[in-house]
Design a protein around this ligand. Structure first.
Ligand SMILES: Nc1nc2c(ncn2[C@@H]2O[C@H](COP(=O)(O)OP(=O)(O)OP(=O)(O)O)[C@@H](O)[C@H]2O)c(=O)[nH]1
Ligand SMILES: [Mg+2]
Length: 332
C-alpha cells in the first residue's frame, strides 16, 4: 500500500508542488493512508476558509472560480482550487472548455488547482474531497475553492465541509432551481446570478428575492445576499470577492469558524469510531453471510433485527444498550 514517506513529507513541507500533487493523489486513491497523512497535517490546519461553489451544470462555476482564484490571489491569499473532474457525466464534453479557462491559473505560484475524479456514474465529488482540502491547507493555502455540481447528495455532504457556500445560478433559473437538491438553497451563504450579460437577470433576481423573502429554513443565519455577475465580462467579481472576504472575517471574528471546525472534528471522530466498530465486526469470517441469512429469515418471518444486532455486538465485546443508543442519536 502506498504511504506517506519521510521524503515525500519533506518535499511537501519545502513547498514542492509535485509533492503536493502526489500527496493529494495518495489521499484521493488510498483512504487507508488518510490517518497517517492527517497526523502529519494536523498542526497546520484550522485557519483556511473553505468556499464551496455549487450550482446546476453549465451556469459558469468554473469560469467564475478561475476569476475568484485570481482575485483572491491578488488580495494576498494563497488559493487552492478543487474542481469536478471534467469527465464527470455532468460536465461531459466540457473538458477543453475547462482547460482553456483554467489555463490562466496554471503556472501561477499563488494558486494550486486540482481536478478530482468523480465517483463512478454519480457526478458527485470524491469522499476524499475534505482531505484534499486539508492537504492544500497544509501546503499553505488559506482560501480553498471547491466546485461541485449542486444536484446530488454527495454535494450536500461536501457543502457541509465548506465554511461559505456560494450557490451559482443563471437567468431563466426556474428549471435550474428545480434541478437542485433540496437543501442547497438553504445551505447558501451567497447566491450569485451569473451570466448577467444575457436577458432575464432582473426577473431571476426578483424570483429569488421572493423565494428568499419567504425565509424558509433560514432561522439561524442571515438571508444570503443576491449578487449578479458576468464571469464572461468580469463584472460583479470584485463585489463578490468583497462579500466573500467580509463573510470570512465575520466567521473568524465571531468564533463561528472555530465552532464549525469543532463540529467537523466531532463528526470525524464519531464516524471514525463507527468505522472501527464495523471493521472489527466485518473482520469476522461469518460477518456478511450472517447478516445475509438473518435478513432473509427476518424478511420472511417479520421479526425484529435487534436480537441479531445484540448478538453481533456481543461478538465484538460490545453490549447493545438501546437507551444509550437513543440518547446518542438525539445528540446529533
Ligand atoms: N454569457 C455568459 N456566458 C458565460 C458566463 N460565464 C460562463 N459562461 C459560459 O457558460 C458555459 C459554461 O461555463 P462553465 O464555467 O464551464 O460552467 P460550469 O458551471 O462550471 O459548468 P459545469 O462544470 O459543466 O457544470 C461556457 O460556455 C462559458 O463560457 C457569463 O457570465 N456570461
Ligand atoms: Mg465546471
Amino acid at each position: 500500500m502506498p504511504t506517506l514517506t519521510p521524503t515525500l513529507w519533506d518535499e511537501f513541507t519545502n513547498g514542492d508542488r509535485r509533492a503536493c500533487a502526489r500527496l493529494i493523489t495518495l489521499v484521493e486513491n488510498h483512504p487507508d493512508a488518510i490517518p497517517d497523512v492527517h497526523d502529519q497535517l494536523a498542526t497546520r490546519l484550522g485557519k483556511a476558509i473553505r468556499i464551496g461553489i455549487t450550482g446546476p451544470p453549465g451556469v459558469g462555476k468554473s469560469t467564475l472560480n478561475a476569476l475568484l482564484a485570481l482575485g483572491l490571489a491578488d488580495r494576498g491569499h494563497r488559493v487552492g482550487l478543487i474542481a469536478v473532474d471534467p469527465s464527470s457525466p455532468f460536465t461531459g464534453g466540457a473538458f477543453m472548455g475547462d482547460r482553456v479557462r483554467m489555463d490562466r491559473l496554471v503556472g501561477d505560484d499563488r494558486i494550486f488547482m486540482r481536478s478530482l475524479a468523480s465517483r463512478e456514474g454519480t457526478g458527485g465529488l470524491s469522499p476524499a474531497t475534505p482531505y484534499v482540502a486539508d492537504v492544500l491547507e497544509g501546503f499553505g493555502m488559506d482560501r480553498i475553492l471547491i466546485e461541485t455540481v449542486g444536484v446530488g447528495q454527495a454535494e450536500l455532504d461536501v457543502m457541509a465541509c465548506a465554511d461559505i457556500v456560494v450557490l451559482v445560478l443563471q437567468p431563466s433559473t426556474g428549471d435550474s432551481i428545480q434541478s437542485l437538491k433540496a437543501g442547497i438553497i438553504e445551505a447558501a451563504d451567497i447566491i450569485v446570478v451569473n451570466k448577467a450579460d444575457i436577458p432575464g437577470v432582473e426577473l431571476a433576481l426578483q424570483a429569488l428575492r421572493f423565494a428568499l423573502g419567504l425565509g424558509k429554513g433560514r432561522k439561524d443565519r442571515p438571508v444570503p445576499p443576491l449578487m449578479p455577475t458576468s464571469a464572461q465580462q468580469s463584472e460583479g467579481i470584485d463585489k463578490l470577492l468583497d462579500e466573500i472576504e467580509a463573510q470570512a472575517k465575520r466567521l473568524v471574528d465571531s468564533g463561528r469558524h472555530l465552532e464549525m471546525r469543532r463540529a467537523r472534528i466531532a463528526r470525524e471522530i464519531r464516524s471514525g469510531i463507527e468505522r472501527c466498530l464495523w471493521e472489527k465486526y466485518a473482520a469476522r469470517a461469518d460477518a456478511e453471510s450472517g447478516i445475509a441469512h438473518a435478513a432473509e429469515d427476518l424478511a420472511r418471518s417479520g421479526g425484529s433485527p435487534y436480537p441479531f444486532i445484540g448478538d453481533a455486538c456481543a461478538k465484538i465485546n460490545i453490549t447493545l444498550d438501546r437507551k444509550a443508543e437513543t440518547n446518542d442519536s438525539q445528540d446529533r
